[in-house]
Write a protein that binds this ligand. Structure first.
Ligand code: NAD
Length: 295
């Protein structure tokens, strides 16, 4: 039977929220006495994840590459909120080895250790494959893949140096990679991006296999279409949003909070037996919506 009600699938898009405008659900404090690094946390999904982890009791490093003001504002917001952990903002280009090492050093100096790494930074440099420059290819691979490798590697080193703290978490440490539905859906005009996200799967699974025996968990989140600056053109007009909704069986664009809720759960002991997997948070975008009417 077909639902004929008004789902308001093409309503005017919500505006991008500033850190001060975000309302999270009541926190559970699942992450007290833990420290998380969230990369790319001065905008979009990263803001919500950093805020969500802080609200659940974690100390948070708000990593940023650009928009220092937003990162500082978010770190301030978390740190002055008595219901949250502490927070600081640290600038770092995740594609640069020395800067990632330095970010971990500063974090450990400030908070003592790192328990959770959310490798969220990412970008797009789109072009048809036959026109894609090596520079466009390389930048996306450097940030989206090498950046996640460097952050995960430094996290693993710190988890091993620090050793277990069973009173804090069942796991030695947790790594959360930000992937995309494009780890499985090919994307014409975005070969560099799709390749970077496809590679994240094997990076994440190999970490889970290699370090599972010492209780390090690695997982990915694969967002569908989430309303952030990275995909503004896909939602900023009602027409674009209507077109986008054709790709989403659940008939709404995702919000950064949808991804934050998944990240906080993956960081917590509630997901202690979850490792080596991708959690798709996509309103069923990966369920072949084109076949909904018979294909
Ligand atoms: P966004 O553009 O708001 O966030 C990306 C962040 O990465 C920005 O804060 C940016 O400054 C940061 N960044 C870029 N280069 C960096 C570098 N060299 N070092 C450190 N940080 C750097 O977009 P978003 O949607 O919040 O994206 C976050 C992640 O989610 C990305 O990995 C993206 O691929 C992924 N994702 C987003 C969507 C979506 O629909 N928004 C869908 C699937 C996957």
């Amino acid at each position: 039977m077909r639902f004929e009600g008004n789902l308001q699938t093409s309503s005017a898009p919500r505006i991008i929220k500033k850190p001060t405008q975000i309302k999270m659900q009541k926190p559970n404090k699942r992450l007290s006495n833990q420290t998380a690094i969230v990369t790319g946390a001065s905008s979009g999904i990263g803001i919500s994840i950093a805020h969500g982890l802080g609200r659940d009791g974690a100390n948070v490093v708000v990593n940023y590459f650009s928009n220092a003001e937003s990162a500082e504002e978010l770190a301030h917001l978390i740190s002055v909120d008595k219901t949250c952990g502490d927070a600081i903002a640290i600038k770092c280009d995740v594609s640069k080895e020395n800067q990632v090492i330095e970010m971990y050093k500063q974090t450990i100096n400030h908070f003592g250790t790192v328990d959770i790494c959310v490798a969220n930074s990412g970008l797009q440099k789109d072009a048809p494959m036959h026109e894609m420059t090596l520079a466009q290819w390389q930048l996306v691979i450097d940030v989206n893949l090498t950046g996640q490798f460097l952050c995960a590697r430094e996290a693993i080193k710190e988890f091993m140096r620090r050793g277990p703290r069973p009173e804090v978490s069942k796991a030695l440490g947790k790594i959360i990679h930000m992937s995309s539905v494009h780890e499985v859906i090919p994307w014409a005009g975005h070969a560099n991006y799709a390749a970077s996200k496809g590679a994240i799967v094997m990076l994440m699974k190999t970490i889970a296999q290699e370090y599972g025996p010492i209780k390090i968990r690695a997982n990915s989140i694969a967002p569908g279409a989430i309303q952030t600056p990275i995909n503004r053109s896909a939602w900023e007009t009602p027409e674009a949003l209507n077109d986008l909704n054709k790709l989403i069986p659940y008939k709404r664009i995702g919000q950064p909070e949808d991804i934050a809720a998944a990240a906080v759960w993956l960081a917590s002991d509630e997901s202690d037996y979850v490792s080596g997997t991708t959690l798709f948070v996509d309103g069923a975008m990966t369920c072949y919506p084109g076949f909904a009417t018979g294909g």
